[in-house]
Design a protein around this ligand. Sequence first.
Ligand SMILES: Nc1ncnc2c1ncn2[C@@H]1O[C@H](COP(=O)(O)OP(=O)(O)OP(=O)(O)O)[C@@H](O)[C@H]1O
Length: 251
Amino acid sequence: MDLELNTEEFIIEFRHVCKAFMNQRETIQVLSDIHAKVEAGSIVTIIGPSGSGKSTILSLCNLLISPNEGDILIHGKEVREWDIQELRRQVGIAFQSGPMINGTALENLTLPARLMGKTLEHPKKYMDYVGLPEELLSREARELSGGQRQRLSLARTLVNGPSILLLDEVTSALDSNSTFAVEELILQINRDQNTTILWVTHDLAQAERVGDQTWLIMDGRLIESAPTKLFFSEPREKLTRQFLDLKREKV
Ligand SMILES: Nc1ncnc2c1ncn2[C@@H]1O[C@H](COP(=O)(O)OP(=O)(O)OP(=O)(O)O)[C@@H](O)[C@H]1O
């Protein structure tokens, strides 16, 4: 993995970002005036009700979709000014479903390197990182269990040595042991390489365990952004207190 230490203070900046989706009948406003900064090397956990716009925030950061209004700066440069391949090398993304191409686990793992015209030197290292046995490399990716596929997907994201990692519910398909192992792995990557992480999760305990900063998104708005410990112990906003109370009642 490349070791690229970030030296700037803020690695991601959202400047009054709005996103709407249009279908034939209507325009659906999904994000409204998201204005926030992310410190280099930090882990931001993003929580909020289903459909509130959390995944949309991630998709904007590596230009899977574009904002309708506002700017998103990555390393100080607006996303739409980036060379798309370079942006996606810098900004890795991993999803809950761990989508795979047809082929072996090795072919999946080496895909990002091959797309960059490179060879992946030590595939076993990545398998070790994510707690998968080397023997799985020769297996068809579609034959792997959901949990194994997720870990492979995460390993594949790490191959380019991204300075930013976007994680969308990456542990929700895993059992609790695997969840802790993957969390530990992600924290290790964050520590070792100063990787900045935006981590969408439904699991409040996880958000509290792993976050430096936590954001609550509701109805496409950033309701509260605070250091994680404070966010959970002394939330400022009434909506945050209500959301946390509701979620805790359900546990
Ligand atoms: N490509 C799209 N076209 C139209 N609507 C979309 C599109 N992507 C997302 N949406 C809508 O935007 C809203 C926010 O979706 P998003 O996936 O960001 O929410 P979320 O907070 O991540 O939800 P969940 O926690 O359930 O994953 C939803 O109403 C969703 O239906």
